[in-house]
Design a protein around this ligand. Structure first.
Ligand code: AKB
Length: 337
């Protein structure tokens, strides 16, 4: 069987690192990774790693000339808090790099006469609820509701979703002959929690930061109110969702953009979980009103029934106990070493 060539951008980030572990296990995959940073030592040798900036046109043309990709996982992005501090940087990194890669994937789809699959991690940040009262009373939000983002990160993710759909469905729609187009698929992720890495620059980071601080015996000052609630999932489920969506045949997909979620936790739920597992953990709440206001526009829960219907999505870890099994046990081991 000929090897499948996969491009993974943002490879040194949290999801990127987790994905490399599983992608590199497949002997039929040749993995090319790109990031501004080197890979951590435990991932060295698992891919052809290129250190570089996706905004560098020369880097992109050398990737295009050297490889024919069948799958692109475009993870590189500036997260929501960092993006608010530098919206222009977020625009460049999040949207310009995406459009350049969509162009590359389109050319390669045509050269190979085969749609290149383009997997894109979107986010609950594409939603923008007008006020807390609405957040508290509405049912889990569907993909087509409340898409009025209030952050540059959310705007850029929504723009990339729409542009990906455009390249998949309408690119060169005026041409005499229907072109071969790429196959764009996106997941709207909730906050993600990993045992092995700590996020940075996000606004859902209060959950993972609290658990990691408690595991290290460090005090934690939470930047949102105790009642602030959003959806979350643990890293193995984020990887599972990307892999499932990459593998499902296109006939089964009724959408190109899917919500995926696992459990909804408030900041207080995280505190309870952390203190149950690490008795004596010191956790206080000192809300940063501006960051908290961002989380207040994100839904408390999202509806992922379309993913369940079309590609049998189901998280492996979907509750407090399961979360404890993956997260807390592994985290204790990590910090004991
Ligand atoms: C962030 O907080 O920016 C991200 C997200 C919710 O997409 N973790």
């Amino acid at each position: 069987m000929p090897k499948k060539t996969v491009l993974l951008t943002g490879a040194s980030g949290e999801i990127g690192q987790a994905l490399i572990h599983s992608l590199a296990e497949d002997p039929n995959t040749s993995l090319v990774t790109v990031d501004l940073k080197p890979l951590p030592g435990n991932l060295k040798g698992k891919s052809i790693h290129i250190i570089g900036d996706l905004l560098d046109k020369e880097l992109l043309s050398s990737l295009e000339n050297q490889y024919q990709f069948q799958l692109i996982l475009h993870l590189a992005a500036v997260l929501s808090t960092t993006a608010e501090r530098d919206p222009l940087l977020a625009h460049k990194v999040n949207t310009c790099s995406t459009i350049d890669l969509l162009e590359l994937a389109t050319r390669q789809s045509q050269n190979q006469s085969l749609p290149v699959k383009f997997l894109f991690p979107s986010s609950i940040a594409v939603y923008g609820l007008p006020d807390l009262e609405t957040k508290q009373k509405i049912p889990p939000v569907h993909e087509y509701e409340w898409t009025n983002p209030t952050t540059m990160y959310g705007c850029s993710k929504l723009y990339c979703e729409k542009t990906g759909i455009y390249y998949s469905e309408y690119f060169q729609q005026l041409a005499d002959q229907e072109p071969i187009r790429l196959d764009f698929r996106a997941l709207r992720f909730p906050g993600i929690i990993s045992t092995f890495t700590i996020p940075s620059g996000g606004t859902s980071d209060f959950g993972p930061e609290m658990i990691h601080s408690a595991a290290q015996g460090k005090p934690y000052d939470c930047f949102v109110r105790p009642d602030v609630r959003i959806p979350f999932m643990v890293m193995p489920d984020a990887v599972l969702a990307l892999q499932m969506l990459a593998e499902v045949s296109s006939e089964k997909l009724q959408n190109r953009v899917y919500n995926v979620t696992s459990f909804s936790f408030s900041a207080q739920d995280f505190k309870d979980l952390a203190q149950k597992s690490f008795p004596g953990a010191e956790i206080n709440f000192t809300p940063d009103l501006k960051r908290q206001a961002i989380v207040d526009t994100w839904p408390a829960d999202i509806d992922d029934s379309a993913a369940r219907r079309d590609w049998n999505w189901k998280p492996r870890y979907d509750g407090q106990d399961a979360c404890q099994e993956y997260l807390l046990q592994n985290i204790s081991k990590q910090y004991k070493a």
